[in-house]
Design a protein around this ligand. Sequence first.
Ligand code: ZN
Ligand code: ZN
Length: 658
Amino acid sequence: MASQATPVSGSSEVKGLACVALQDWDPRAPGVQVPSGLNPTVAVRSGDYVWVYRVNNLGFGYTHVVCRGTHKRGWVPLSVLKRGVQRVDPLPIEFPSTARPINIMQSQSTSSNVLQETLRRFWSAIQNQQSAIEGSIPGLTAKAKSLLFHRSAAAYGDVVYRCILPQARDIMATGSFHPNDLRALPSVSSSYPKEPGVYIILYGDFGERRAGPRVYTVAIYVGQTVAFQKRKTSHRMRAENEDTSQHYRLAARAGETKMIPILLQGQNAVPSGFLDIAEFSFVCLFRSWFSGLFTPVDSNALGAYVTEFQACSTFSQLIDQVAANTRWAPTGIYGLNWNTPILRNVGGNRQWTCWYHEADDMFIYRTRWLARRNGKIAFFRLRGEDHIHIPDHIQEVANFQHEQPIHVVIEVRKREGEYLVHPIRYCRLPPYIGRNPELEKLRSLAIKVEWLDGGVWKHSYLNRTGIWAPSESDALLHYYRRCLFLFCDVEQITYTNAPGWLPPRSPTQVNFLRYDHLNQKHVVEVVAPRTIPWPHDRTMQQNTQRLHQMFPGPDTVIGRRPPRGFFIKARAKCDMCFSEFKDVVCKFDENDNSCEHCRPLNRPCTWSRANVEEFGQEQALEELGIAFNARAAGNVHVMPVPPFDPSIEEEEHAELEG
Ligand SMILES: [Zn+2]
Ligand SMILES: [Zn+2]
């Protein structure tokens, strides 16, 4: 199934002008006149997202109309269409802060030392904008916040300035320079420098790199280290060993590479975390973020690395606004910093990035999670003791290491508010008739893990292999608890009157990519949490009635055990127990016409003349059994197309520390 966010209308081959139908128009409706010779025509409905390829001088547009999985093309009067812009592919993703710039309300600077003034104003802007920054980057850790918003952080600008090498200060003082001018400074040698500091690496003679309309021939990377010589060797080894990240692929090709210390800690009194503070300041001053971070277009990459994108968006806007006031304007060059220092190794509140994939009727949620190991057992932790177990047969193939990052994708099949059955759902219970309406919604939820394995992307849907052990009376509740944890997380639901076994909702944020058809972009919207009442459980009687409606035929008996001779091959187990593919004993009780496996779902037993395969997922009797999944059954698949540019994942692993 496709997972990249695509515009709701049409495939990527569709070109044309994005339009919206303002009213219904049907060429066959009585009274509608179509100029003769205008063929074919096509009906549109009010609100349809369409594409107009060309217009004629009769006021009609040749229009591409999508209707559920297929499309029609024909002429439509332009008077019923609202016209937008030409199709953009891929669509840019816009953070809300891009639309509402941070207002720092500062006047034009008159200082002659532009570098110093810019650093000062930048750090005081961070203090002034604390709440806006926290709102834009929910993944900020307590540690990152304690550095960024420290009570003396407004003075960081001056501390950083004092530690910049005097020669570098002179070059940058006016704010108008080319970073290549800094090549005049001494580079790292076997004896220089001896103390911790911040460096830049300038790359030249690598050909050219493009970012949007701009072409670059010089690239920059900003780093910090406590041991310059060792770090220089590490950088060189990475480039020589053909590390596949953008940074080192470029480094391997660069004819001119110079690693230049630009700031040294020296004997200065500096705040704790100073190297992070200084490195962060220079990434911002040079806007040295990796170019792809400025203009996200890939929803999968955004989902995996949302904090990196948010940090680049937030702090690049902040420095741009400060720079406009102080006239800080170094020549822009190609950036290679993937992480924003200070925010590196973020572990704050989880964020999901979500979009709707219309062709599959599916909301897709993506995040990154740490796999954990306990001996041979692999899992990822939800909260406290709650975790999702990665089935052993998947772990045998994947061999996830302890704390290895993996990508977790949740799929919720839903159309116009209706929860549809996911063919590879996590919760392997009958889809429609269960304990209560909220728990029945779990039919729509599937969990998929994706990971990079030796340059190849793989994925696997997680299915629980065991269902519940009859000996453990609350095992089903534990099962529900884990499923609901994820369901409530992605749907941002809190229940009133929730039973005690339900987990409280975790403090996550869901960023929905809303497709803006007429402006041809995705806009990031934070999903608002909802509170709804926990529903009453359905009674055994209600569920008996619902089953009768669904299975009125003579081949399924509901409730009472059928007399001998009903089954062609004698069978003592009810459908649910029979379908479990396991050595389960059906303890049918005539008092309530139910058994240990049906009773927790408030269902009577059912008895069907059928083979066990017919209870499988997407089969006719799926509603009557525990569906095994013949199709997916937790197999590991190689992804034919990587979820996003593989070098982005490499970028994350390419950062050096120490
Ligand atoms: Zn049974
Ligand atoms: Zn039963």
